[in-house]
Design a protein around this ligand. Sequence first.
Ligand SMILES: NC(=O)c1ccc[n+]([C@@H]2O[C@H](COP(=O)([O-])OP(=O)(O)OC[C@H]3O[C@@H](n4cnc5c(N)ncnc54)[C@H](O)[C@@H]3O)[C@@H](O)[C@H]2O)c1
Length: 267
Amino acid sequence: MSGRVTGKRVLITGAARGMGRSHAVRLAEEGADLILVDICESLPEVEYPLATRDDLDETARLVTELGRQALTYVVDVRDGAALSAAVAEGVAELGGLDASVANAGVLTAGTWDTTTAEQWRTVVDVNLIGTWNTCAAALPHLVERGGSLINVSSVAGLKGSPLHTPYTASKHGVVGLSRALANELAAVNVRVNTVHPTGVATGLRPDSLHTLLHETRQDLGPIFQNALPIQMTEALDISNAVLFLISDEARHVTGLEFKVDAGVTIR
Ligand SMILES: NC(=O)c1ccc[n+]([C@@H]2O[C@H](COP(=O)([O-])OP(=O)(O)OC[C@H]3O[C@@H](n4cnc5c(N)ncnc54)[C@H](O)[C@@H]3O)[C@@H](O)[C@H]2O)c1
C-alpha cells in the first residue's frame, strides 16, 4: 500500500458528520485507522441540532468500506476523564496512536448584549477545554514515539469575527494552547498545528447569525467575505490540510496556523 498515512492511527473528535466525517474518510483513503468520537446528542445552548448515533455509525461505515478500521465512542469532549478512557481503549485495540484531530466544536450567535453566560460557558467548554481534553487524551500515547496534534480553529481564531464573541474567543484560545504545546512538546517530536477554515456548509448552522447579518448588522458583512470568488470552501479542502499535517510530508512542520480560508483573513 502506498497511502500518505498508511498504518497511522488517528483520533478524530466530532467525527459523526461535517468536516469530522470528511477527515475520517480522507484519512482512511490514504491508509489510516481511526478512533471516532462524537457526543451524538444536542445541547440546549446550541440552536441547531448536533449529530446522532446514526451519523457516527455512517462515518464508521464509510471508513470500513475503504478497508480501514473505525472504532466509535459516544463521548462529550467536555468530559476529560471519559475521553481519556475511550481513547486508551481504542489505542489498546489499534496497538498505538500517531495523531489526533480536535475537531468537535459548536457555534452560538448573538450581539454583545444578547449573549448569555450559559452560551459563553458551553462554547468555551466544548471548543477550548474540549480541545485541551483531546490533546491530553492523545498525548500519553504519543510522547514515546512522537506524533501530530491538529487542533481545528477557524478564521475566527485569527480575526475579530463579530456576532459570536464566545466562539471567536474560544478559537483564538485554541491558537494559544497549540502554540504553547508546540513549544513544550517539540523536544519529544510531537508536532502541534492549527487549521483555520473559512465557511464550509455543514450541520453547524445557527440561523440567527444569518438573520443578524442580513437584517440587523449588514455593515459587518464584509468581514466574512472571502478574497477568492467563492462563498464557501468544502470540507474536503480542509481534510487535505489535515492529511498533510498528519503525514510525514509535514515532519518538520509545527506551530503552523494553516489557513484554508479563501483569503478572508487578508482582508
Ligand atoms: N462550518 C464552518 O463554516 C466552520 C468554519 C471554521 C471552523 N469550523 C470548525 O470546524 C469544526 C467542525 O465543524 P463542522 O462545521 O463540521 O460542524 P458540525 O456541527 O457539522 O460538526 C461538529 C461535530 O462535533 C460534534 N460535537 C459537538 N459538540 C461536541 C462535544 N461536546 N463532544 C463531542 N462531539 C461534539 C457534533 O455532534 C458534530 O458531529 C468545528 O470545530 C468548527 O468550529 C467550522
